[in-house]
Design a protein around this ligand. Structure first.
Ligand code: PBG
Length: 321
């Protein structure tokens, strides 16, 4: 026998030398929730280890993220009051904007500070955009609010805004609004290929979403991949600095296709349900939490994502040493 692939697997040093993919804490972004008016952290039962933060504990978490050397933090707000227009997202005193200001003041440029640019946490109907008089999500009216929201987030200190609402034209609208307000350096991380997924279930608990029904008129059908390439092309043409695929683990083919297609770095979001599945199986003793989490993150990197958003970010950074 001439070919013996096992030769390269015989010890950890050889295996490490020939590893094609590596996972580094800097690749990871921690999604974090902050609740308005909270005076203590509130655990999220469907996401063990994840909480709704107070402003103070969020700032402490951001400091930990710097100390553990991860790449960034993505903030989501949980407001006390919601309305039809999602006003809490655009007002400077809205919880997400206040949190951005506090976190940025703590970390400066040591950690990339990102904001979810979407209305669903702030609307009383729970949709990612405003509704027209027949109750349908009004794409173009929503774009105007996204522009305002992105400017408010940039002003509050976000390095990166992340439009996740899947409205047509959202990247262009946000880029134009940011530039007009002088924020030409604010990065747009476009949720380019975002699917209408059952794996967002625990997230909706986490932000106490008021959504009834679903988001299938704007988020993508899990059946499609060519459609994602179109979404990516459009977002690139509209000026996206990074494009994201979401969820990650059930969509590794999409991550791979995106990486081949995209001229900008590709991110993937390991969403709440993907995190909770690993946690639940591990809690039952059915799989090894650490090994399964690290394998899932490595797989997302191997598929072609340069950046991975994951609720395991701090734990993984700690494991990676
Ligand atoms: C929308 C948004 C969602 C998630 C991130 N941004 C929810 C949705 O689209 O319903 C889900 C993230 C997760 O499940 O971890 N603002």
């Amino acid at each position: 026998m001439i070919e013996r692939p096992r030769r390269l697997r015989q010890n950890p040093a050889l295996r490490a030398l020939v590893a094609e993919t590596r996972l580094h804490p800097k690749d990871l972004v921690l999604p974090a929730f902050v609740a308005e008016g909270a005076d203590s952290v509130r655990p999220i039962p469907s996401m063990p280890g994840v909480v709704q933060h107070t402003l103070d504990t969020l700032v402490a978490e951001a400091r930990r993220a710097v100390d553990l050397g991860i790449g960034g933090i993505m903030l989501f707000g949980v407001p006390t009051t919601k309305d039809a227009r999602g006003s809490g997202g655009t007002e400077p005193s809205g919880i997400l904007n206040v949190a951005l200001e506090r976190v940025r003041a703590e970390v400066g440029d040591e950690l990339v500070v990102m904001a979810d640019t979407c209305l669903d946490e702030f609307t009383d109907h729970g949709h990612c955009g405003v509704l027209d008089d027949r109750g349908r999500v009004d794409n173009d009216a929503t774009l105007e609010i996204y522009g305002e929201m992105a400017v408010a987030q940039a002003r509050a200190g976000a390095h990166v805004v992340g439009p996740s609402g899947m409205m047509d034209g959202q990247v262009a609208a946000i880029r134009e609004a940011l530039d007009a307000a002088g924020f030409t350096d604010t990065v747009v991380l476009a949720y380019a290929a975002k699917y209408a997924s059952a794996f967002y279930g625990p997230f909706r608990d986490a932000v106490q979403s008021s959504l009834e029904g679903d988001r299938r008129t704007y988020q993508q059908d899990p059946a499609n991949v060519v459609e994602s390439l179109r979404e990516i092309d459009l977002d690139l043409a509209e000026g996206a600095d990074l494009v994201m695929v979401k969820p990650a683990m059930s969509y590794l083919d999409v991550v791979s296709a995106a990486a081949e297609r995209s001229s900008v770095p590709v991110a993937a979001y390991q969403v709440s349900g993907e995190y909770s599945m690993v946690c639940a199986a591990a809690a039952n003793g059915w799989i090894d939490r650490r090994a399964a989490a690290l394998e899932s993150l490595l797989s997302i990197r191997r598929a072609g994502a340069q950046v991975v958003l994951t609720y395991f970010a701090l734990e993984a950074a700690d494991w990676l040493g």
